[in-house]
Design a protein around this ligand. Structure first.
Ligand code: AMP
Length: 210
């Protein structure tokens, strides 16, 4: 097992890239900390109850809580698998926790998209609450409006995708997560791709550097 970390702002498309690559190659496994947390909130687990308020504000949930979820996934992952880690680590403290697990990080890919593009992307974002597939009303529409192509569930707008919360999440990204670029660059692990080429080319670019 090894790990490829996807770095990028909310709305950079890293989740879309990871989901696409994982659907094409059974040795790739997409692990999204946001999806794990939203699952815990929906189930009402103790971790979910604690995380809910932070998430709705666009703040980061406590490191220990999210790190434990990722450690659980790492512990149950065996064999010839590359984990596409999406949304974790989100700050240097989490990167250090990941390092201490000893899990091998193969590379860290920054999906680079300007903030102006991000705001527009998130405004059109739609998500399947059931199978977690992501869509965009213009850039990646489902075949039938409002309905998931993969499982038929009704698509939703994520609670934290409203414009005010998006602004806060971008501030958090620049303050907390962007320092990871230098952190991983210093370790010689960082690669960058232009995340504004459209879903298919973004995924191909990612695959070629990961
Ligand atoms: P995402 O789906 O990655 O945009 O995550 C949605 C929300 O979940 C974030 O705005 C945070 O509140 C929370 N979250 C996801 N991953 C992490 C993490 N690694 N550390 C702290 N909070 C996280």
């Amino acid at each position: 097992m090894d790990i490829v970390i996807l770095l990028g702002a909310p709305g950079s498309g890293k989740g879309t890239i990871a989901a696409r690559l994982a659907s094409e190659d059974s040795r790739l496994r997409h692990v999204s900390s946001g999806d794990l947390l939203r699952g815990a909130v929906a189930k009402g687990t103790p971790a979910g109850v604690e995380a809910k308020g932070y998430m709705e504000k666009g703040a980061l949930v406590p490191d220990a809580l999210v790190a434990q979820m990722i450690k659980d996934v790492l512990a149950e992952t065996e064999g010839d698998v590359t984990m596409l880690l999406d949304g974790f680590p989100r700050n240097v403290a989490q990167a250090e926790i990941l390092e201490r697990t000893g899990a091998p990080v193969r590379s860290v890919v920054l999906v680079d998209v300007p903030d102006e593009v991000i705001a527009e992307r998130i405004a059109g974002r739609r998500t399947c609450p059931q199978c977690k597939a992501g869509y965009h009303v213009k850039a990646l529409p489902p075949k039938v409006e409002g309905v998931c192509d993969k499982c038929g569930a009704a698509l939703v707008v994520r609670k934290d995708d409203n414009p005010e919360t998006v602004k806060d999440r971008l501030v958090v990204y620049h303050r907390e997560t962007e320092p990871l670029v230098a952190f991983y660059e210093a370790k010689g692990l960082l690669r960058r791709i232009d995340g504004d080429q459209g879903p298919e080319r973004n995924a191909a670019a990612f695959k070629s550097v990961m």
